[in-house]
Each structure stands twice: as structure tokens, then as C-alpha cells.
Design a protein around this ligand. Structure first.
Ligand code: ZN
Length: 222
């Protein structure tokens, strides 16, 4: 029974060609080095992509969990624009229990990344030892990263990611599908072949505005 459940979980994490097609449509660009889908919509579409801790070109890559669903990404961008990160950073300075939970989230992030590295056959990536993402362990610099982590890890692991999910519940909740109309499903997906050579893969846009997400949300990606 337990073995079957573990197999089912692994099966659910493995990206299918359809998942990769959906990811490139959600992001508006080809994706590369995506090794798992750690969180899915109730309909099965990806919410979060997990990128290998070392890219196929050899580059160490610390940002493992990448929020891909445009509805969630836009909602989190609204929080960022509204100053939620400032409030969280102020609280991290004064609230020691919260700061402790946040440090634990950082450790959980590193452990999850190590596990993904093992599962995808990459193993340890010493260059990024102790480096997580999103400002962890002491700051909040990208809420998208924290929300991606919370969705991947489940509730109770990243307190500020969990809070952000609560704060976007007017726009997105886990029990409903928000996929209809959220991305272009017509025509060809952004060309996956380009991603092997080009600057358009996931890794290259981290920390910058995404090239095509310049819609009503103001264009910020994680
Ligand atoms: Zn859906």
C-alpha cells in the first residue's frame, strides 16, 4: 500500500510532455531543466515547476521551486505591490518565533532541493550549499519564491509562504481550478528547442521581469 502511494506520488511529480507544453504556455517561453512538478491544480495542470539544482549546462541553480500558474503569480505580484514584503520583514526582525520558523523553512528548502538532486541523478551541488532563495533565511525578497515553496511543501513548512497564500485567497484557492483562459492554449507553445541554446530558459529570468508577462499585473515575475 505504502509503496503504491510512493509510486503514485513519484508518478504525479514526473513532468509529462503535456506538462512541459503547459509550463511554456503559462510562462510564455520555453522551459528547461524542469525535473519535477511539485504542485498541481486540482485539474492536474502544473502550479509549480522544480528546476534541477544543476542545469544541463553545468550552472548551479539554487531557485528550485518556480511558481508558474499565471493566476497565482499575478495575485502574489499584487501582494508585493501592496507592500506585504515590508511588513513581513519588519515582523521577522521583532518576532523571534516567526524568525525561527522561517529559518526552519530555509532548512526545509535546502533539504527538498537535495532530495530533488538525488532523485534526478544530479547529486550534491556544493556551490550552492546553504543558499536557498527568496531572501531566506532572514529576509523576504520574493514572495513568489515563498509561495512556490509552500505549494510544493504543503502547509506548515514555510510560514510566510502560507500567509501569502492565505492573503491571495480572494483570487486563488487550492480547491478550485482557475486555468480556463489563464494562458493561451491555441497554436504552438513557445518553442522548446530554443531553450537548449538560448537565453530564454527558466534560469535566465530569475530575478528579472519575465519577457512576456507584461499584462495587467505589471510584469513582475519571480
Ligand atoms: Zn486547473
Amino acid at each position: 500500500m505504502e509503496a503504491n502511494q510512493a509510486e503514485a506520488a513519484e508518478e504525479s511529480r514526473r513532468p509529462t510532455p503535456h506538462d512541459l507544453d503547459v509550463l511554456s504556455r503559462q510562462l510564455g517561453r520555453p522551459v528547461r531543466d524542469v525535473v519535477e512538478i511539485p504542485a498541481r491544480c486540482v485539474c492536474g495542470n502544473p502550479l509549480v515547476a522544480a528546476t534541477a539544482p544543476r542545469l544541463s549546462n553545468g550552472t548551479p541553480f539554487p531557485t528550485t521551486f518556480y511558481l508558474t500558474h499565471p493566476v497565482i503569480t499575478a495575485a502574489v505580484s499584487r501582494l508585493e505591490a501592496g507592500g506585504t514584503m515590508n511588513t513581513m520583514n519588519d515582523r521577522l526582525e521583532g518576532d523571534e518565533p516567526l524568525a525561527g520558523e522561517y529559518r526552519s523553512a530555509h532548512e526545509a528548502y535546502l533539504a527538498a532541493r537535495a532530495a530533488i538532486g538525488e532523485r534526478c541523478g544530479i547529486g550534491a551541488v556544493p556551490e550552492i550549499d546553504g543558499i536557498s532563495a527568496g531572501g531566506m533565511p532572514t529576509r523576504v525578497k520574493c514572495l513568489h519564491v515563498l509561495v512556490g515553496h509552500s505549494l510544493a511543501a504543503g502547509p506548515g513548512v514555510n510560514p510566510l509562504g502560507d500567509e501569502a497564500l492565505e492573503l491571495i485567497s480572494d483570487w486563488w484557492t487550492a480547491d478550485r481550478c482557475y486555468c480556463a483562459g489563464a494562458w493561451d492554449t491555441t497554436g504552438q507553445a513557445p518553442d522548446r528547442d530554443l531553450s537548449r541554446h538560448g537565453p530564454q530558459g527558466l534560469p535566465d529570468i530569475v530575478g528579472r521581469p519575465a519577457p512576456v508577462r507584461k499584462s495587467a499585473t505589471g510584469g513582475t515575475a519571480q
